[in-house]
Design a protein around this ligand. Structure first.
Ligand SMILES: [Zn+2]
Length: 97
């Protein structure tokens, strides 16, 4: 029974020494795994958002600066879309002048 305890201690010491020796590599692998997981989460997240926008909200072209914006975020005057209040005001000022 005592031999098993000694063997366990030796194995733990060997594992500890191996971990000490390769701690930089282990930390690198753990960091890489974490980065991969974060990247995977980000990709899955953005894919969900973009597919939602594609299926539900059409893009419209700002008639002032040409930027494409989702229709629900665009300002609409008649049949003309603008990307922002800024483009809308610039366009209406230039139309008045
Ligand atoms: Zn614009």
């Amino acid at each position: 029974m005592r031999e098993i305890f000694v063997i366990l201690v030796v194995i733990l010491v060997l594992l500890g020494l191996t971990a000490l020796r390769y701690r930089k590599q282990i930390a690198g692998i753990l960091g890489l795994a974490r980065a991969l997981k974060e990247a995977k989460d980000a990709v899955g997240h953005s894919r969900v958002i973009s597919s939602d926008e594609k299926t539900s909200i059409p893009l419209v072209n700002c008639s002032k600066c040409g930027v494409w914006v989702p229709q629900n975020k665009a300002r609409k005057i008649g049949e003309i879309f603008y990307c922002s209040d800024e483009c809308l005001s610039v366009a209406s000022v230039s139309a008045d002048a």
